[in-house]
Design a protein around this ligand. Structure first.
Ligand code: NAD
Length: 494
């Protein structure tokens, strides 16, 4: 019931194993929705604390909340929750392999909701962390699963149902609550999570619970960073052939890592100050908002802007996209001319260095980050990563030329066919809900109507010059193709 490991090959290649007794780890943390990012970030940090600093309080129990988590649940259970983390720098030889042991158990909630709830209620659980993707925070109170969770407290189906009913049980037991720690790319992720939780509780008619959450539960805001692609069969084969490890779900990530978090934990926290060196980049601060703003507007916005454009130009991976000279020029101008002027100063950060490092990180050819991963859920990403920059530029009386290209390319992508007329499979909850794919299809293309969808674009549809520009981009995309449109748009600014 473990990873299959060729020990001599692992020793020979310098694979790092847990140096602690995993059974002795307490489950100080329960994590909801164990995806690749959690396994390259928080679980890695807790593995370092256990390995290098003999911390035994901060083991993690993972909960798979949705039925789509069945495959990873099967792998995690088969491997006793052990897995391989491979971090790769831009230099081919800069590779680090680590077997992560901090995840000690995994519960697949759709099949055992009572166990998932029980572990959340258990007083040893001090922090509940989550990575539920950006679209997970678009809470729809009419969704059947949310409606189910409002009526049923013993077998919830959603993250918010689990959190709220577990907190209510702890309140009734006179136990301390747990900290709710979002690790998603959402500006003010703690505040946003709190709003979702309170919105849910307001439908329960439970004033004591409302007060308990408002006064006793904390929701630290955090900026999280480590580019972590989805795992492929090639990764599985690579790990087996190079290191002699048969792992059903290894994680590949870049070697860069960062976590900036508010020191706001209602029931204790790991000694994160031990991870403050530049190798681990953990910072406890009251100024998270400025870091979040920088990271989301520079990294996530550039990623989002280049992904659909690069995909339409025929590229598969982010490193291929950023090595196209026209795209590199475009992304640099977007960052330097339109995004950077909107950023508040960030203590200790030189934006120049930060942007250069970003271009290097995007260019890392060894992690093979698929553009389609970034394209996914664009309708939840644009409002959080790009629209705020556009609004800031409007306030300054500017018409952000390069942001218009990002939106235009995405609308062309939503049209459903690439430039070879092959169908694009859209994975985008909010876009589908608002029928953006239908509105963007070539036959009924209506850019202005798309830009008027406020959940995605706020009020930018009311800005005539900007909407005209987006319309021009989409038209050009269909007439002369994405590459020529990009060249034209770059030249138009000169
Ligand atoms: P992943 O696809 O490996 O895992 C996503 C997990 O989220 C799955 O378990 C899935 O079931 C769950 N999920 C999706 N929608 C949900 C919902 N509505 N409610 C509950 N669970 C839901 O993805 P990942 O790489 O782990 O990324 C997850 C999130 O982590 C990102 O969306 C982002 O917010 C954050 N993040 C990722 C990276 C990265 O490079 N991958 C970097 C920084 C932050």
């Amino acid at each position: 019931n473990q990873l299959i490991i060729n020990k001599s090959k692992c020793d020979h290649t310098g694979v790092h194993f847990p140096t602690y007794v995993r059974k002795q780890l307490k489950h100080g943390i329960v994590h909801l929705s164990v995806g690749n990012f959690h396994r390259s970030h928080l679980a890695y940090y807790m593995d370092i604390l256990a390995s290098d600093y003999e911390q035994t309080e901060w083991g993690i129990i993972g909960i798979g909340v949705r039925s789509v988590d069945k495959p990873i649940s099967t792998v995690m259970k088969t491997q006793d929750c052990l897995y391989t983390l491979v971090s790769k720098g831009t230099d081919k030889t800069d590779i680090n392999i680590r077997i992560i042991g901090s995840l000690t158990d995994y519960i697949f909630a759709p099949e055992e909701p009572e166990n998932a709830l029980a572990i959340l209620i258990h007083p040893n659980t001090k922090i509940v962390s989550m990575t539920i993707t950006v679209s997970g925070y678009d809470l729809d109170m009419n969704h059947p699963d949310i409606q189910h969770d409002l009526q049923n407290s013993d077998k919830p189906k959603t993250v918010f149902g689990f959190l709220v009913h577990a907190l209510d049980a702890r309140r009734r037991n006179n136990d301390k609550p747990f900290t709710i720690m979002s690790c998603d790319n959402v500006q003010q992720n703690g505040e946003v999570t709190k709003k979702c939780i309170l919105k849910f509780v307001q439908h329960l008619n439970n004033a004591e619970l409302l007060e308990y959450i408002e006064t006793k539960v904390t929701f630290p805001n955090a900026m999280v960073d480590r580019i972590t692609p989805a795992t492929t069969d090639t990764d599985r084969e690579y790990i087996q052939s190079h290191y002699g490890i048969v792992d059903g779900w290894p994680v590949i990530a870049e070697n860069f890592i960062q976590w900036v978090i508010e020191d706001s934990f209602c029931n204790g926290r790991p000694p994160l100050e031990l991870l403050s060196s530049s190798q681990y980049n953990v910072l406890l601060t009251e100024h998270v908002e400025a870091y979040e703003c920088m990271k989301m507007r520079l990294l996530n916005a550039s990623h989002t802007a280049m992904a659909s454009l690069g995909f339409l130009m025929g590229y598969t991976y982010i490193h291929e996209i950023i090595s196209d000279q026209y795209i590199k020029t475009y992304i640099k101008r977007l960052m330097y001319q339109e995004i950077t002027p909107t950023l508040p100063p960030v203590p200790g950060i030189n934006f120049e260095n930060y942007k250069q490092t970003l271009i290097e990180r995007f260019s890392n050819p060894h992690i093979k980050d698929n553009a389609l991963r970034i394209c996914m859920d664009g309708a939840s990403k644009f409002p959080k990563f790009i629209v705020p920059t556009i609004m800031e530029q409007f306030k300054r009386g500017n018409n952000p030329h390069y942001c218009a290209l990002a939106i235009g390319a995405w609308i062309r992508y939503l049209g459903g066919y690439d430039e070879q007329n092959k169908p694009i499979i859209l994975q985008d909850v909010v876009a589908t809900e608002h029928k953006l794919d239908k509105l963007a299809s070539k036959t009924i293309l209506d850019v202005k109507q798309i830009l008027n969808v406020q959940q995605v674009f706020g009020v930018i549809g009311q800005h005539q010059q900007f909407t005209d520009d987006v319309e021009r981009v989409v038209k050009l995309m269909y007439e002369i193709g994405s590459k020529e449109t990009l060249k034209y748009w770059i030249n138009e600014d000169v």
